[in-house]
Design a protein around this ligand. Structure first.
Ligand SMILES: [Zn+2]
Length: 117
């Protein structure tokens, strides 16, 4: 099963990086989890976010966030709307369902037809 997070929204923040104090490196990313396997494709309601600084190449974890970063983050999180969750069966799944149905019809046929004769 393939699980992946897809980037839904990226925002550049003007806040100071808590690590290198640069003001043009912070990048906030919102991601949403997708699941895909042979039979179906699904968008989950599970989201995650991460804050990275491209100047010092560091992930900034919430414990390091300043009040300013938190305020800006809250603002963007409110504005962030994830994709609606969905669930789609793939062709393989449909083929399996249809062939199972046909198989069952044949079995019923074998059981019922001799009684009709
Ligand atoms: Zn930095």
């Amino acid at each position: 099963m393939k699980e992946k997070f897809i980037t839904i929204k990226e925002v550049a923040l003007n806040n100071n990086c808590p690590e290198c104090y640069n003001t043009n490196g912070l990048q906030l990313t919102f991601k949403q989890r997708f699941v895909e396997n042979k039979f179906y494709k699904s968008i989950t309601q599970e989201t995650m976010h991460l804050l990275e600084c491209s100047t010092c190449n560091t992930s900034i974890y919430p414990v390091r966030w300043t009040e300013d970063i938190e305020r800006v983050f809250n603002y963007h999180q409110r504005a962030f709307s994830p994709k609606e969750s969905s669930f789609k069966l793939k062709k393989t799944a449909w083929l399996l369902i249809i062939s199972t149905l046909i198989f069952m019809l044949i079995l019923i046929g074998i059981a019922v037809v001799p009684n009709l004769l």
